[in-house]
Design a protein around this ligand. Sequence first.
Ligand code: TRP
Length: 331
Amino acid sequence: MARDILFSGIQPSGQLNIGHYFGAVKNWLRMQEDFDCLFSLVNLHAITVRQAPAELKKRSLDFVAAYMACGIDPEKSVIFAQSDVPEHSELMWLLSCHTYMGELERMTQYKDKIAKHTDNINLGLFSYPVLMAADILLYQTKAVPVGADQKQHLELARDLANRMNNAYGQLFTVPEPYIPSTEAGGRIMSLLEPEKKMSKSDENAGNYIALLDDPKTILKKVKRAVTDTDTIIRYDRDNKPGVSNLLTLLSGATGKAISELESEYDGKGYGHLKTDTGEAIVALLAPIQAEFHRLRDNEAELMQVMKQGACKARERASHTLKQVKKAMGLM
Ligand code: TRP
């Protein structure tokens, strides 16, 4: 039986961290079993802000190796770089001619970005959501796992799919947001500011644990994590965000339920909790880091994997694109 198609775009920016691992990557591993998955490294989206070419390429390969080390399997899913499949850019143009300026002007992420990058307000920042719609629609995608910040973009992809289907006949599957069922408390917060999410682009490296941090660094960062002034180890996101975050991390790394940990740590101090949490994270990451280095040290092989992924993606993308061009009267 054909499985539903799921598409996800990965931005090769910032530092992959453990929040991302628990919040997204772990879900992808599950999705990989349930869906026909395409994971695209969206390097064309990345260049809407200035990138140093050598650094962009290095980071892209780092990301692919990291995701594979976490368990994204090129035998099960299609993994490819967006720039290796020219159909994305081509469909984008066709969709651009059906996208209204007003629709893009309303995008909140665009408004935020032009406020931040005042020295480089380029056309790509504006048309970014149209490229994203092309990514999704090329593959007849049914499900798109998106966070709140991408909801508005996915809505545009849905509108464009409907608009094109109405104008030219059935061309695209109308995609839907996919919200994976996470266990309660899967959200990992910043170590030093536990009221905000652990982010891969945080300027202060003390706020996150990078996937590739060495054991000493991990233990040190967890030790410095903010807790609170009483000494009770209890899960309470509102009143004890730091301690709750440590419990979430420890639970994620060991597989033990938070309630189980609460009784296990009853009467023990924060120092104890921090040491155990740090060590559990070190143990969780050790095999992932080893696999990352194995993959990353063989760049030719990694490039070969990407090439094969692009081949599979192109086959599917070119089929959709051909239909669209034909329907639009393009010879
Ligand atoms: N814009 C997305 C982000 O920043 C990345 C992305 C690009 C994407 N194309 C996509 C996500 C297609 C889902 C589907 O997170």
